[in-house]
Write a protein that binds this ligand. Structure first.
Ligand SMILES: Cc1cc2nc3c(=O)[nH]c(=O)nc-3n(C[C@H](O)[C@H](O)[C@H](O)COP(=O)(O)OP(=O)(O)OC[C@H]3O[C@@H](n4cnc5c(N)ncnc54)[C@H](O)[C@@H]3O)c2cc1C
Length: 403
């Protein structure tokens, strides 16, 4: 293996793969290596998410999330269509089920307009019934540009494209250390050491640790929040036509349990948001004492827990109590019953939290002279990945010019 590269990308999730592609398109002669610790790409957040192409409604106007989600959704639809990847522009409704949710629904509508999200409109109960006959709601937002995609399929195509155009995509290669000098970056891995002019880290659940390896002391720590899903039994698949979401609590980055159809034709319900006991803690039995202790002793988490312990306790209660999960779903679709759903998989969100207890809302980066780190890329980063990649590529090229 040639161990000298122009660029090393850490992380074979959708953001790392898209970043490598963007650089390869801009500079076709660049020698790129992408390092992924697992046996296949998209093993973590990307491969275990809801598969939704978000349209950009929720995000603060002017934020990176807002800009890159709207632009990224457009790119993602095009990319899927060009590459024969399963996707569907099925549309989504966000339903308000009580009077007190109406102002928040209106605020989402304002945001959608400010973010230039195509086609979003407020609909009444009669119109809602035409879109989703089984949905409850006294009013709703209809978003025709929201859809679904097979993000694992996207990653497979991205990885194949990289390999075919000469990049090295190296699986089962965990980055264990990074040394930066005036001349290059040395990357130590479980498969030996490599050298490169530049490094980009898109390490998801381990983004903060990889930044530390490169000598950055980030003011954030990744806190892993597991999202658990149920499957709706195939006989009840017709309960929902597209995507049905609740009005979210604006103080949280999570959208509330919802119904989503998948590109393989199933209907899923979830995800909730419980603190995971390991960064890759996909179930209650996945416990990593070291990682759990780091979370519990992290001042940012302690402040978060102090403020939100009731919400956190309720999330555990609902996670362990199917009847309560069903009650949450019945707010959206009253005719769903306990016997209609069975437990599905889970994904773990990498949520960056500041030491003052703030949940980092926007996408966030940190850099040294030769390394760039994506520190916070939670939802909608799968949707936005092809646009986040352009930001990353511009940052790398910008730092090249400044040297
Ligand atoms: C439950 C859930 C639902 C979601 N729903 C949606 C949705 O519907 N739509 C949407 O747009 N977004 C959604 N998201 C968010 C989206 O999935 C993520 O924002 C996105 O996948 C982040 O991609 P990533 O490449 O940054 O991270 P990841 O996909 O986690 O990839 C990071 C990669 O880095 C690798 N890695 C880490 N450390 C090392 C190391 N030391 N050496 C080598 N490799 C390393 C990991 O193995 C991993 O493959 C959801 C997320 C979750 C968890």
């Amino acid at each position: 293996m040639n161990s000298n590269f122009d660029l090393i990308v850490v992380g074979g999730g959708i953001v790392g793969l898209a970043a490598a592609r963007a650089m390869q398109i801009r500079q076709p002669n660049l020698r790129i290596a992408l390092l992924e610790k697992e046996v296949h790409v998209a093993h973590h957040q990307t491969g275990n998410n809801s598969g939704v192409i978000h349209s950009g409604i929720y995000y603060k106007p002017g934020s990176l999330k807002a800009q890159l989600c709207v632009d990224g959704a457009r790119r993602m639809y095009e990319f899927c269509a060009e590459n024969g990847i399963a996707h569907q522009r099925c549309g989504k409704v966000i339903v308000a089920v009580s009077e007190d949710e109406l102002p928040r629904l209106d605020e989402l509508h304002r945001r959608a307009k400010a973010n230039n999200v195509p086609g979003v409109k407020k609909i009444d109960t009669k119109e809602l019934k035409k879109v989703e006959p089984n949905a409850a709601g006294i009013a709703a937002l209809w978003s025709p540009n929201t859809g679904i995609a097979d993000y694992r399929g996207v990653c497979d195509v991205l990885a194949r494209g990289l390999t075919e155009t000469g990049a090295l995509v190296r699986l089962q290669t965990r980055v264990t250390g990074i040394e930066e000098s005036a001349n290059d970056v040395t990357v130590h891995t479980t498969q030996g050491s490599l050298h490169a002019e530049k490094l980009v880290s898109c390490g998801g659940l381990h983004a903060d640790d990889i930044a530390r390896m490169a000598g950055i002391e980030p003011d954030v720590q990744i806190v892993p929040f597991r999202g658990e899903y149920y499957f709706v039994n195939p006989q009840r698949r017709d309960l929902v036509r597209g995507l049905i979401y609740p009005v979210p609590n604006p103080e949280f980055p999570f959208l509330g349990v919802h119904f989503t159809i998948t590109t393989s034709g199933e209907l899923e319900a979830g995800p909730n948001a419980v603190l995971a006991f390991a960064r890759e803690g996909y179930g209650y039995t996945n416990v990593n004492m070291g990682e759990l202790a780091r979370t519990l002793y992290f001042p940012g988490f302690q402040k978060l827990a102090q403020k939100w312990w009731r919400v956190g306790a309720y999330e555990y209660y609902r996670s362990l109590n199917k009847a309560e999960f069903v009650r949450s779903l019945q707010r959206l679709v009253p005719s769903v019953r306990g016997e209609d759903i069975h437990r599905g998989g889970a994904g773990v969100r990498a949520q960056a939290v500041r030491s003052d207890g703030t949940l980092v809302d926007d996408f966030e980066f940190a850099a040294t002279a030769r390394t760039l780190h994506v520190l916070n890329a939670p939802s909608p980063a799968a949707t936005a990945s092809l646009s986040i990649a352009e930001v990353i590529a511009s940052k790398i090229e910008g730092s090249e010019r400044s040297q």
